[in-house]
Design a protein around this ligand. Sequence first.
Ligand code: ADP
Length: 471
Amino acid sequence: MFSRNLHRLRHTLAFRLTLWYAVIFSISFVLVFILFYLFTFAEIERKIDEELITELREYTLVLEKNGMREVAREVNTDSEAEGVSSVFYRILDPSGNVLLSSDLSAWKGLSLNRELFEKTVSSGEHVIETRWIRGLEHKSRILYGRIGPETYVQAGLSFGPNEQFASIFLKLSGIITVGIIFLAAVVGLFMARRALRGVEEVTETAQAIAGGALERRVSLEDRGDEVERLAATFNLMVDRIHALIRETREMNDNIAHDLRSPITRIRGTAEVTLTTGRSLSAYEAMGAGTIEECDKLLAMINTMLYISETESGAVTFEKHEVDMAGLVSEACELFMPVAEEKGIDLTCNAPLPCPVDGNITMLQRMVSNFLDNALKYTPENGKVSVGANLNGHSAILNFEDTGVGIDKENLSHIFKRFYREEKSRTGSGAGLGLALVKAIIKAHEGKVRVHSVRGEGSCFTVTLPLHSNEG
Ligand code: ADP
């Protein structure tokens, strides 16, 4: 159980982030300490060297002014003042023989580095080395230098307490580093998990939705961070999918309903004819009725396919310059007999050419659908006016009627496939006209707006981009 949890934890983003932070943090921390240590050590070394060189200059002056005896006194005074275990001085001749020295009881393992000494003898310049002298606890800096004619000094200063300080500092830093890294890892893991909690919630919700809980959403806390935005977008996406599923379901119900009625009628007529009809004319009537119903069904199915093709853009329609003013006028002439028959006053106002890039068959279908609806939903003695005008780079078409109007809450649905207002269900039509119109307008990069008041009438306005030469 524990190992499984550990395994799972190891694969989490939070764990990996923490690990990366911890590694980067440790490396940076260790590097800073190493640099600090090296810098401190170099500084200690510089200070010791400075001290040794000052002594060298002092002995040179003392030898020159007061002679060897005074140098011997100085050597003893200096070593006793500093501590005989921390410092030593030896005065040598050019062959390396000791002429005099300070108390060397603590420096038993001391020897002469011949190579460096000879270098000093030949060049007259001082040299300094770091050496570990046997029997001593700490390393030392040893200087070889010339203090007068045929007279040289070998002076040493132990790193002593400085080195002790440096090693304590190093140990302490090590412990602090480990502690801080551990603390940083724990805090980092906590923070990373906290930051990624929202992601986990999105995952859990997605899993629940995949399991069938379509109503589940990620709870938002108004933090406004990236995870919250992800959650909000996720919720929006699920809402959209949910709405699409609902619409598809409604559409399927509508299709089933619209297909069932004609099929029931065909079946009913056939049954009645078979059981009661004895004459040829009865069978002929049944055949004619069946053909009529089938034509309606076919027209419906073809329109559905036409809408799908137009919406998906799978079929490319040939486009040419089409004058919408002319097209609208022709359609009005075509529908005039229907209007007259219904006692509706149909007027057309298209004074100027309105050329657009489009497919004439599709545009004719669009205008016919609007006109057909206007006449269908306008009672006797009503008015229907159609207009085509120019506005900037657009052609504006209006289809206005004084008909039954549309309820405000239904306006957002009328362009959906198979949608028909409850009050219109009894009349002819399949609820596909406006869906088709919308698909055609979209294929022509146009827009459609509707304004309607129940009982007063409706006005559909279509905006289409003008033919490019004109625009
Ligand atoms: P239908 O075949 O029912 O006319 P449409 O897709 O053309 O289908 O229209 C969808 C619905 O929009 C109609 O059922 C009707 O309720 C409403 N509608 C469309 N045009 C008008 C109009 N001019 N006046 C009133 N209602 C309309």
